[in-house]
Design a protein around this ligand. Structure first.
Ligand code: FAD
Length: 288
């Protein structure tokens, strides 16, 4: 099913549930891939409409991504959404990738620029996600999603400018926006308001990262430049040695976050599962 259909056929106004997974690293014997599907099977109870699969910088895990996408579609019978980054890729590679997706009858794609590699070796065919979106729109019938940043992209000159570029992505053909993770809903609500004012009128789906351990939160917040609210920081600092406490706290924190988002009418919830079912399924159980 295409993105537009997924988000317009909302059942009883319940939010559309979607998950993000990534191809496991160093999986020489394939056991991590099998484990990923064990976890995904556990998450099927919540009737997800979409599962997105991340793309490694420069296409480093393309073969694994394709296999996961195929199995999501054939084994789980859920619409897969491959991510694709363009910053280190040529037009020729993109064309080939689009052909592969067509072969597997994939309908959706999340089109991204990707992070600039540390050694700055970029391919100059595409500079920004908006250019990739324009190309995919011209060359395929795929339904296209884009990334949005409630607190601004880490390189953005300002949030306003970032939203201006986000608008360009919608004008070039993006139909849905999935956001960067955030731990303070205030940023999401204010972002929605600013996007509406800027004339962005497509669904903006919040990305939720359930906190499961201290290190992950710190790493993600630094990497993505997102605020960790002081109250959250205090609890994590105080209990950082108590892994079980952090896990339980993370579930209850994300449950509250999701409930407030639902109460404010979000069209969907996109969970950054980190390839594990437990936290996401607990949150979804709490919400039902
Ligand atoms: P863009 O929209 O191109 O923006 C990049 C920067 O350029 C921003 O600062 C923007 O303000 C600026 N900009 C945009 N257009 C212009 C313009 N015309 N002129 C000047 N400046 C401009 N990364 C991966 O490697 N693999 C993944 O699978 C992946 N999945 C993601 C999923 C989601 C939901 C999100 C939110 C991010 C994901 N990322 C992934 C990270 C993403 O690739 C990085 O954040 C990357 O740095 C920016 O990608 P983008 O598509 O948002 O870029």
């Amino acid at each position: 099913m295409k993105l537009k259909e997924i988000y317009s056929s909302q059942n009883n106004k319940k939010p559309v549930i979607s998950y993000e997974v990534f191809p496991p690293k160093d999986d020489t014997d394939g056991s991590k891939l099998e484990q990923l599907f064990v976890e995904l099977h556990k998450l099927m109870d919540f009737s997800p409409s979409l599962i997105s699969v991340t793309y490694g910088a420069g296409g480093s895990n393309q073969t694994e991504s394709i296999e996961i996408i195929r199995r999501i579609k054939e084994e789980l019978k859920v619409s897969p959404m491959p991510h694709f980054t363009c910053v280190s890729t040529s037009t020729k590679n993109i064309k080939e990738y689009l052909n592969t997706l067509q072969k597997f009858e994939i309908e959706n794609i999340l089109a991204l620029r990707g992070d600039i590699p540390e050694d700055k070796t970029i391919c100059h065919d595409f500079h920004y996600a908006s250019e990739l979106i324009e190309y995919i729109k011209k060359e395929s019938t795929l339904s296209i999603a884009a990334a949005g940043y409630p607190e601004g992209h880490k390189e953005a000159v300002s949030l306003e400018k970032d939203i201006e570029y986000l608008k360009q992505k919608t004008e070039k053909g993006a139909e849905i926006i999935y956001t960067q993770l955030f731990f303070n809903n205030k940023h999401y609500f204010s972002f929605i308001e600013k996007c509406e004012k800027a004339g962005i009128d497509i669904p903006i789906i919040p990305g939720i990262l359930p906190i499961t351990n201290y290190k992950t939160v710190e790493k993600m917040a630094t990497l993505c430049k997102v605020e960790i609210p002081q109250t959250l920081k205090d609890v994590i600092e105080k209990h950082k040695e108590d892994k079980d406490y952090i896990k339980e706290f993370g579930i209850s924190y994300a449950t509250e976050q999701c409930q407030q988002l639902i109460d404010n009418g979000v069209r969907g919830l996109h969970f950054y599962t980190l390839n594990k079912a437990h936290a996401t399924s607990e949150i979804l159980c709490n919400l039902i």
